[in-house]
Design a protein around this ligand. Structure first.
Ligand code: HEM
Length: 144
C-alpha cells in the first residue's frame, strides 16, 4: 500500500524498531541509575512501540494480500509474519505487566527482562527477514 507513491509498510516499520529498542535502553538506564522518570519513559516507549507494531503490521498484511496465493515467496513472508506476531505478543505482555505491577522491575525483574530480551530478538529478526523480502525477493519494490 502506498501514499503519495511511497510504500507505507516501509515507512512505518522504523517506529516499532526504534521505540522498542529505546524502551530496552531506557530500562537499562533506569536499572543502573534508579531513576523513576526514566523507567516511566521506558513504559511509554513500549506502549508506543506496541501501537506502532500494530500499525506497521496492518500495512504489511495489506501488502501481503497483493501476492498471489501460489507465490513461492509466501514462505519467506510467513517467516517474517511470525516475527511480527511474536513481537506484538511479547511487547503486549511487557506493557500489561508494567501496567499491572508498577514495581515489575523489582517484583518480577528476571521474567520481565527475559521477555524484553526475547522481544529484542524478535524485533531484530523481523526487521532482518523484512529486509530479505525486499532486497532478496523483490517484494513491494516499486518500478521507476
Ligand atoms: C505481521 C504482519 C506483517 C506483515 C504481513 C509484513 C509483511 C511485509 C512485506 C510483504 C514486506 C515486503 C515489502 C512490502 O511489501 O512492503 C515487508 C517488509 C518489511 N517489514 Fe514487514 N510485515 C509485518 C510486520 C512487520 C513488523 C512488525 C516489522 C518491524 C518490526 C516489519 C519490518 C519490515 C521491514 C524492516 C521490511 C523491509 C522494508 C524495507 O526495506 O523497505 N514488518 N513486510
Amino acid at each position: 500500500m502506498t501514499f503519495l507513491g511511497h510504500p507505507l509498510h516501509s515507512f512505518t516499520v522504523h517506529f516499532p524498531i526504534a521505540l522498542y529498542l529505546l524502551g530496552v535502553l531506557l530500562t537499562g538506564l533506569a536499572l543502573s541509575r534508579g531513576a523513576a522518570d526514566t523507567e516511566r519513559f521506558a513504559f511509554w516507549s513500549f506502549g508506543l512501540s506496541w501501537l506502532a507494531t500494530l500499525v506497521a503490521s496492518i500495512f504489511g498484511l495489506i501488502d501481503q494480500g497483493q501476492l498471489a496465493p501460489t507465490d513461492p515467496r509466501l514462505n519467506a513472508v510467513n517467516a517474517h509474519i511470525s516475527g511480527g506476531v511474536a513481537l506484538l505478543i511479547i511487547n503486549g505482555l511487557l506493557v500489561y505487566m508494567r501496567f499491572r505491577w508498577a514495581d515489575v522491575l523489582v517484583r518480577y525483574r528476571w521474567p520481565y527482562l527475559g521477555l524484553m530480551a526475547l522481544g529484542a530478538a524478535a524485533v531484530l529478526a523481523t526487521g532482518w527477514l523484512g529486509g530479505e523480502l525486499v532486497f532478496r525477493w523483490h517484494i513491494g519494490v516499486i518500478q521507476p
